[in-house]
Design a protein. Structure first.
Lengths: 538, 483
């Protein structure tokens, strides 16, 4: 199984070689489809053999010797409850994305699919790696193919969009790199005989505790990188650009997979490493998340471009995920994890659908459409389903995630204010407004434009690629436990450990050595008795 | 007998020197340029083989009565220099023919220059360093202006010469003062001196000023952009990699052996210089339209990152610097190689980035190679450039220079902008007018592909080399005197 995991990660990379060797565009497409399908097929045993009861321990682990002399940086990959579903989502979207680009990509076909394959390997690596440095490497690696995907195959304003995307993300992740190296040395000095170490399993364990002042800075650095990636308000400005200009396949991968790297990083690294900072920062970040939810929804409402509308709805939906994470109770975090998958499925589906109509009509403006239902009935069914999933209609996947997150936010002790949840709930209502309003203008009413009368309905390829997504949208909606079971145990363990670690760090903190802002921020009241004892000793 | 023995240990340099003399004579007898090129390559291949052998097998020891050394950092420096020269010669041959200025004089000059660099990289004594530095510099002045009918080339040679002579003065004065204070020019004996004093500090600062000039650190960088832009492109690659490596290896050795007791003071100095160099190099590179000039400023920026390693003042820092030099040689020779290829095809001696529009799709291999080299220069993972930066910055963090490292990574993020800009033109913009490129010669593209392969290889498995490099400093004076 260890080998299987590695093959799953690197098979797309091998596919790149096949694509480079291929002679015709047709061959390239088939190679890409074959490689991604096989990747998905061989990733299935990973989920079927997954030990649900032991999900808090990484499974299928590959661990090498140190890669750099004198530093304990090892290549460690494995899957646990946090990463399994996202890993599977990535392999599932592989063939779907390839199919979606089958006819719409006409120039430099080889390059396009090579970049998609590279992106696939990078994304799988991000979710599977259990060493911080290896994680960082894959995290950065996903930037390169996306940069080219947007830059070469994107829309009119693609160059500005792609550079903005690249630089934004790079700045965040480089600052994280500094923090990461600091953590490595700090952990080395504390628990690894002075040797630099970044093994996640060691760092997240109970032995390694970071002091309060350091936690503040390190958390800020890590969180900034992830917030930019998510993106959390006010770091979201690159997203609408990148989404609008990216080709359909790029938008789908960006929405379904790359944005999840941010939220995934928050729960994977920030929570176990910096529990104190996580708790104290939670209200502020929950505030940003709620602002993001409402702001994203309001801006989405006034968009004229369907794709931009979906992009802003992403900002709103990911606000929910962040809110759930920072509720820091098991129901909220659980909801956030399932909502990551949900958002991937429903927003991925919406981008696919927008791409299909764009291929036919070469426009994404809402005003150019109207009455499409009568012309493209099959299309209408899928579009409606995706729209409902995105709104969070009960019985579909979106409801499950949002419901759990709002429950978590209501009962959360860390954010401790139900107004967050109340305002976040308006996001759901607003989502219904902007999505349904858009749907009505595009799909119902009379057919105003002549051009729309000639539109053809979905073909077999397009139906085929949407069906798996729809299956999961309904499946998660009806039987969420089939999916939540994978992370349930680990989330509980993680939260318990974080709480215990937090208490330990607080106990170990010496109020006399802390700077004033830190003791106020972490609410440490100096122990008067100890003070006076020290005084008399001197 | 000892002399013969020492000479045998000093074989790469000896071969290069003899090779230089031979090709000079061939030129004198009006041999064909092709013959001269082949002879040069023959000598360099032998030297490269021996340098590689030395790199892995040779134990560190002193030769020529302690004036120079073999093995250890010396073998490492020699290897990079010979390796860099080897590829420079391949690229230069093609490039000079391409721009129709095929001067065979370039080969003996390159060989003598390489000899100087090897001496510089192996020196254990300030006098030897000076001999190496001057041999290298004089040849470089001539190489910079080798294309005589090009105004920019002549200007750059003259500028380089005047500024170089100036720094030589500083260097000599520094040696004199240090000799006055410590009574020796041997690095080890200077290192044993702990009394300080005005004369000693005067000597140290003069010496460092001269070194900062040679490695083009801010504020002694003024010559770099003009010289790098004006020189033939492949020669620029040579100066910025082999030349810089030799100077840096010598500098590391000087710091490690001759100044172990003042590491803390030097950290402060290097921190400031590194800050200035990183910021200025990156900021100015951002606004360049000429790719060559952009790479010149980027090379200043890279000196800044290297100085972070020196500022760390630890074995980890010095090792990181050496690894960085190796990585930098691969990627920068490669990047300049592709730039030279585009330049000679365009038949314009003007490398405006806008003339690159859409070129990436013609002979895609060259575009892909340039992208790999540029990503590596930007420090994106799975490239040698990332690991190099990683090691340097992590040495900085270990030494507690966190704010310096934060500025460093931000500068590095900024650098991505101008490297990406080249790719924007290569791939994202349509060409205004149709330019058709010549097919690159096999040996040209294979050499570049080999460099790209090494860039990626050391991006994935840097382990072996880092272990070797750490080994060089096992008896380091800095480690011994560290508190």
């Amino acid at each position: 199984m260890e080998t299987l995991l590695n093959i799953t990660i690197y098979l797309p990379l091998l596919g790149v070689l096949g694509i480079l060797a291929a002679k015709s565009d047709e061959a390239i497409r088939w190679i890409a489809l074959a490689v991604t399908s096989v990747t998905f097929a061989i990733s299935l045993p990973l989920i079927f053999n997954f030990d649900v009861a032991g999900s808090h321990i990484a499974q299928y682990v590959t661990e090498t010797d140190s890669l750099v002399y004198g530093l304990d940086i090892k290549y460690i990959v494995g899957l646990d409850g946090l990463s399994l579903l996202l890993f599977m989502l990535t392999t599932l979207f592989g063939p779907i994305v390839v199919l979606s680009a089958w006819t719409s990509v006409k120039k430099h076909v080889g390059g396009f699919f090579a970049m998609l394959m590279l992106l696939q390997t990078g994304s799988l690596g991000v979710f599977a790696s259990l060493d911080l440095v290896v994680f960082y490497v894959f995290f950065e690696l996903t930037l390169i193919p996306m940069y080219f995907l947007i830059g070469i195959w994107g829309g009119a304003d693609r160059i500005k969009a792609t550079i903005k995307f690249f630089l934004y993300t790079l700045v965040g992740s480089l600052i994280m790199l500094v923090a990461l190296v600091y953590v490595g040395y700090n952990a080395g000095a504390m628990i690894n005989d002075g040797v630099f170490i970044t093994d996640w399993r060691v760092l997240s364990g109970m032995d390694y505790q970071i002091g309060l002042v350091e936690q503040t800075w390190l958390f800020s650095a890590f969180a900034l990188a992830f917030f930019i990636k998510v993106p959390l308000f006010p770091f979201h400005t690159w997203l609408p650009y990148a989404h609008t200009e990216a080709p359909t396949a790029g938008s789908v991968v960006l929405a379904a997979i790359m944005l999840k790297m941010g939220t995934y990083g928050l729960i994977r690294f920030c929570l176990p490493l910096f529990p104190n900072a996580m708790v104290e920062f939670a209200p502020f970040i929950a505030l940003l998340a709620v602002i993001g939810i409402v702001y994203g929804a309001l801006v989405a409402m006034v968009q004229k471009d369907v794709k931009k509308l979906v992009a802003y709805s992403s900002v709103s939906h990911l606000g929910f995920v962040v809110l759930g994470l920072f509720a820091l109770n098991s129901i909220g975090v659980q909801g956030a994890i399932i909502q990551m998958i949900n958002h991937g499925l429903s927003t991925g589906a919406l981008f696919l659908i927008v791409g299909m109509i764009y291929d036919r009509r070469h426009s994404r403006m809402i005003e150019d459409f109207g009455g499409i239902t009568g012309i493209m009935p099959v299309f209408a069914v899928f579009f409606l389903l995706a729209t409902f999933a995105s709104i969070g209609l009960p019985g579909l996947n979106g409801f499950v995630g949002e419901f759990l997150i709002l429950m978590g936010a209501f009962t959360s002790e860390t954010i401790d204010n139900i107004w967050f949840a109340i305002f976040a709930t308006t996001g759901v209502i607003l989502a219904a407004i902007y999505m349904l309003w858009m749907f009505r203008r595009v799909m119902f009413g009379p057919v105003i434009k002549e051009e729309n009368k000639k539109l053809t309905d979905l073909n077999a390829r397009e139906i085929g690629l949407l069906i798996p997504v729809m299956i999961f949208i309904i499946w998660i909606g009806i039987r969420p436990t089939h999916f939540t079971q994978f992370s349930e145990h680990q989330v509980t363990v993680l939260l318990e450990q974080a709480e215990e670690k937090r208490a330990n760090v607080l106990e170990a903190a010496n109020p006399t050595e802390l700077p004033g802002w830190a003791s106020r921020f972490y609410d440490i009241t100096p122990n008067i008795a100890e003070f006076s004892k020290e005084d008399t000793n001197e | 007998m000892e002399l013969v023995n020492d000479l045998l240990l000093f074989l790469p340099a000896a071969i290069v020197a003899v090779g230089g003399l031979t090709v000079m004579m061939l030129d004198g007898y009006k041999a064909k340029s092709r013959t001269i090129y082949t002879t040069t390559m023959a000598f360099l291949s032998v030297a490269l083989v021996i340098a590689t052998y030395d790199l892995f097998m040779r134990e560190p020891q002193e030769i020529f009565s302690g004036m120079a050394g073999v093995g250890g950092t010396a073998a490492f420096g020699t290897f990079i220099v010979v390796f860099g020269t080897f590829f420079t010669v391949i690229l230069t041959h093609d490039y000079l023919i391409g721009i129709k200025h095929n001067f065979p004089q370039v080969y003996p000059l390159l060989m003598f220059c390489t000899f100087g660099m090897i001496v510089l990289a192996t020196a254990y004594d300030l006098v030897t360093i000076f001999v190496g530095l001057e041999t290298m510099s004089i040849c470089l002045y001539a190489l910079a202006g080798i294309i005589r009918d090009k105004r920019l080339g002549v200007e750059s040679a003259l500028k380089y010469f005047v500024m170089g002579a100036f720094s030589t003065g500083f260097f000599l004065y520094g040696i004199t003062l240090l000799y006055g204070a410590t009574g020796s020019t041997s690095l080890a004996e200077i290192g044993a001196y702990t009394d300080g004093g005005l004369i000693y500090w005067g000597g140290v600062s003069m010496l460092l000023v001269a070194f900062m000039f040679k490695i083009s650190a801010v504020p002694f960088h003024m010559w770099t952009p003009d010289v790098y832009t004006g020189s033939p492109t492949t020669i620029t690659a040579y100066m910025s990699t082999a030349g810089k490596t030799a100077s840096f290896v010598a500098l590391v050795l000087v710091l490690d052996r001759a100044m172990p007791f003042i590491t803390a003071e030097l950290t402060a100095v290097f921190t400031i210089i590194a800050l200035l160099t990183m910021i200025l190099g990156n900021v100015v590179a951002m606004v360049q339209d000429n790719v060559k000039r952009m790479l010149a400023y980027s090379s200043i920026a890279h000196v800044g990152y290297l100085l972070v390693g020196l500022a760390a003042g630890s074995v980890a820092g010095y090792s990181a610097v050496l690894f960085y030099l190796l990585a930098y040689t691969f990627m920068n020779v490669g990047a300049f190689g592709v730039v030279a290829y585009y330049e000679k095809n365009h038949d314009v001696h003007f490398n405006n980035v806008e003339s690159y529009a859409g070129l990436g799709y013609q002979h895609p291999i060259m575009g892909i190679l340039l992208s790999i080299f540029l990503f590596s220069l930007a420090g994106i993972p799975i490239s040698a450039g990332f690991n190099a930066k990683y090691l340097v910055f992590s040495a900085g963090i270990e030494a507690g220079l966190i704010s310096l490292v934060v500025v460093g990574v931000l500068a590095s993020a900024a650098s991505a902008y101008y490297y990406l800009r080249v790719m924007v033109f290569l791939y994202f913009r349509e060409a205004k007018e149709k330019v058709s490129l010549m097919k690159p010669r096999k040996v040209y593209s294979y050499s570049l592909a080999f460099l790209a392969l090494l860039t990626l290889y050391f991006g994935v498995v840097p382990g072996g080399v880092t272990e070797i490099i750490f080994g060089y400093f096992s008896e380091s004076a800095v480690a011994a005197t560290a508190p």
